[in-house]
Design a protein around this ligand. Structure first.
Ligand code: JCF
Length: 790
């Protein structure tokens, strides 16, 4: 093949590929490759066409800019063409732009150093949205249009009218009779997240990024859909104008702002190109905390007369440029998927990638989170994938480029059946769910190595966690040292730390006399942790610092925490069934028990602040509440309450005869209760829970007292908004213990509404109906009046 024929065939290939991506981008709003990859293909075509001008055709994507008008909308001709911007990727591109501006304005060599006169530039972030034109006649919005190809766009008047910050009428006075403003329609990041969550919930289409979401929302044939989308407009310039506007970019935009047109809050004036670099760096640093996506900053020659003198070429002005940030998304190949074992044994897939530079940093690995994520992405080893790295966030695999999949090469990602580190079984986690008195198991998204501390990977992580600052706080024991200790089998559990000798430590890499003694002292000094720190240091799955503190404060002894039944743990603030089971099974594990016994025995650990029971746990238990926690099949809270009212005590229920029970409950439920307690295991569990609640100091109320003469008997309360001093469950328990019913909605029968921050429709309804409303502080005070502590 000659050079020319191979160029010709590559050109055809690139054109068809670019046409396809253009269609996906502009018509479907569903691009399958990152912008950076599109730009590369585009530039490759441009370069080939420049080498072979005879091969350029009018249909080539290089000869057209922007999207084709969608036939469903009317056409709009732009009297003044809508320009796009040239790009500067490197610093040098921006300096070249500045030099060409200077020469265009005849300013070169203007000072002693030959550096020319400093040009003033307006600066603003470059929003990642869609360019639109808004036409105002006599101050009224009469037309909205997309940019389209720059000379013809689509008429989207009904849609832009739904954008909340687009004024339908201009404010103030002095606006020109005809005023066409131009700007970007975009979707803020938060609105995008909410929209996607909403769409996922109703099984609708979700969007890859805010830009696609904005495009998909703006080009809806039904403006009601557009209206439901969180779009915003930001003006950056003007088109047709009758009459005069202020003479600089910045003053002109400020004038538009005074008429009610939104402009960028980040608009600044920079004197000289160095100030532009400062602006670029400043916005770059704040990029992640901005409310919207941007892909660079825009610099414009500030003086409008100068802009006119500089003019434009094809469709880009000589007086403005977009200084792009490094792309956050790139394409690469997924070479392999490896599995890492974490502290709690979670086996997580990690993508090994053909290294690629993303946002300025080489990326060779990316997280795949879990196997559900692998399935959601549909990713296979050997696929081409899109990698995204935003700010300090770890690189993510965003999407598979299916067009680039070679079915003969790819293979599925499989979770290993054995732990890659210790060879123990890998099991899928189970989720315990409860509804209507039924406990059901479903598959979790996490797989776990069951090896616990016999798995070296888990052991290393467990010890790293154990010694960490907020846990046992042993200084001088870095990750590398811990790895070495485990690899050389010097320690097999956290307890072994306390048995390390001077000789063993000085034999480690990086240790000398002084540092060895220091470490020994640090280990010895860690022997008196608080109970909360110690519980946290154990590294029980799902037990973070907060939960550890709750356990320590409420139960006030490790012995009680170790014994606690899961159902009893759920009486503690913010401990759900899931976590309760994790805690319970952690302490059931034989290996864990041995390690804890060793720590408290031969290692000499002494836990501080163990002691009497704390008020936090002296919540009020009722028989009904306890029966509910037993999860008797088909028996919900209502039925549990009826049982309690009828039988008064647990022994009463256990002995309750069938006829009695059938008078109280429908036959099916009565039978379920009888069957449940006829199983001696269940009866024993119920007695154990009741006994433990008493032992742990639970303030036990008999049902009899509950139904009669309680201070809030006959009242109906509603809890809404966020409660900060206690969980809603606890608040509900306390109200019920005082005899109140707690309902989910407000009506004229509601006695009182407790409204925390964020309360919405229920609070509004209460105010409308004149129902009494308490804030949380008032609520706590009210409880206090009845002798109940918050
Ligand atoms: O924010 C933008 N995406 C943006 C686009 C800002 C500008 O000042 C622009 C633009 C496109 C063309 N100015 C022009 C002339």
């Amino acid at each position: 093949m000659t050079d020319a024929t191979s160029a010709a065939s590559r050109i055809l290939e690139l054109r068809s590929e670019l046409d396809q991506h253009n269609y996906r981008y502009y018509v479907l709003d569903e691009p399958s490759i990152p912008d950076a990859e599109y730009d590369r293909l585009f530039r490759e075509l441009q370069a080939l066409e420049a080498e072979h001008p005879e091969l350029v055709t009018p249909e080539s994507p290089t000869q057209r800019v922007g999207g084709e008008a969608l036939s469903a909308f009317g056409e709009v001709r732009h009297e003044v063409p809508m320009l796009s911007l040239g790009n500067a990727f490197e610093d040098e591109d921006l300096r070249a732009f500045d030099r060409s501006v200077q020469s265009g304005l005849g300013l070169q060599g203007g000072d002693l150093f030959g550096g020319g006169v400093e040009v003033e530039y307006s600066c603003e972030p470059k929003l990642d949205g869609l360019a639109v034109s808004l036409l105002y006649r006599d101050g009224q919005l009469v037309r909205g249009a997309t940019r389209g190809d720059g000379s013809t766009g689509e008429d989207i008047t009904s849609n832009v009218r739904t954008i909340r910050n687009v004024p339908l009428k201009l404010q103030g006075e002095g606006w020109p009779q005809v005023l066409e403003v131009r700007g970007e329609v975009f979707m803020p990041k938060s609105g995008f997240e909410e929209l996607n969550a909403r769409q996922a919930e109703i099984g609708g289409k979700t969007f890859a990024n805010p830009r696609n979401a904005a495009a998909g929302s703006l080009r809806q044939l039904d403006p009601k859909i557009t209206a439901s989308r969180p779009l915003e407009f930001c003006c950056y310039g003007v088109g047709q104008v009758s009459g005069e506007l202020p003479g600089t970019q910045v003053t002109m935009l400020q004038q538009l702002k005074s008429w009610g047109i939104p402009i960028s809050r980040e608009l600044k004036l920079a004197k000289g190109i160095e100030a532009c670099f400062d602006y670029y760096r400043d916005i770059g640093e704040r990029r992640m905390s901005l409310a919207y996506d941007i892909d660079g900053v825009v610099f414009k020659v500030n003086t409008i007369e100068d802009q006119q003198q500089l003019g434009f070429r094809a469709r880009t002005p000589h007086w403005a440029i977009a200084h792009k940030f490094p792309a956050q998304e790139e394409l690469t190949e997924l070479l392999d998927v490896e599995f890492q074992v974490g502290r709690t044994g979670a086996v997580t897939p990690v993508a090994r990638l053909n290294p690629v530079k993303v946002a300025g940093v080489m990326v060779a690995n990316a997280t795949l989170h879990n196997m559900d994520e692998v399935a959601r992405l549909g990713v296979m080893i050997g696929d081409t994938v899109i990698i995204r790295r935003a700010g300090d966030v770890i690189p993510q695999v965003m999407q598979v480029v299916l067009e680039r999949r070679d079915p003969s090469v790819v293979r599925p990602v499989q979770i290993p059946s054995e732990c890659p580190v210790c060879g123990s079984a890998v099991e899928r986690t189970q989720l315990i769910k409860r509804s209507k008195g039924k406990e059901s198991l479903s598959e979790g998204s996490v797989y776990r190595c069951v090896g616990r501390l016999s798995c070296q990977a888990q052991l290393k992580q467990a010890i790293i966690h154990f010694v960490s600052r907020r846990a046992m706080d042993i200084e001088g024991l870095g990750d590398k040292t811990i790895e070495q200790l485990v690899d050389e089998k010097l320690i097999g559990s956290p307890a072994d730390l306390y048995k390390l000798t001077y000789e063993q430590i000085i034999g480690l890499e990086g240790f000398a006399e002084v540092s060895s003694n220091k470490l020994l002292k640090a280990i010895a000094d860690s022997r008196k942790p608080t109970l909360a720190r110690f519980i946290y240091a154990l590294g029980i799955p799902d037990v973070g610092e907060e939960t550890a503190k709750v356990l320590a404060r409420s139960l006030a002894s490790l012995a009680r925490v170790r014994q606690a039944l899961p159902q009893v743990l759920t009486y503690l603030p913010d401990i759900g069934l899931e976590v309760a089971h994790e805690i319970h099974s952690f302490f059931e594990d034989e290996h864990n028990r041995q390690v804890i016994d060793a720590l408290l025995g031969e290692c000499g650990l002494q836990l501080q602040d163990e002691g009497g029971l704390n008020a936090e746990f002296t919540a009020i238990a009722t028989l009904g509440g306890m029966l509910d926690k037993l999860n008797i099949p088909s028996v919900g809270p209502g039925a549990a309450q009826k049982l309690a009212e009828r039988f008064i005590s647990l022994e009463g229920v256990l002995a309750g005869d069938w006829l009695d029970m059938r008078q109280t409950l429908p036959e099916k439920q009565a039978k379920a209760v009888r069957d449940f307690f006829d199983n001696t295991e269940n009866a024993r569990l119920a007695r154990a829970i009741e006994q433990q609640l008493r032992e742990f100091g639970m303030h036990w109320e008999s049902e009899k007292k509950v139904v009669e003469g309680l201070p809030l008997a006959g009242q109906t309360w509603v809890l809404t908004g966020t409660l900060e001093l206690m969980s809603r469950d606890v608040a509900k328990d306390k109200l019920e213990a005082l005899g109140a019913k707690v309902a989910g909605s407000v009506s004229a029968k509601t006695t009182c509404v407790v409204a925390g921050p964020g309360a919405g429709s229920k609070l509004a309804k209460a105010n409308e109906l004149g129902v009494r409303v308490l804030d949380e502080a008032q609520f706590v005070a009210a409880l206090g009046e009845y002798g109940v502590q918050a």
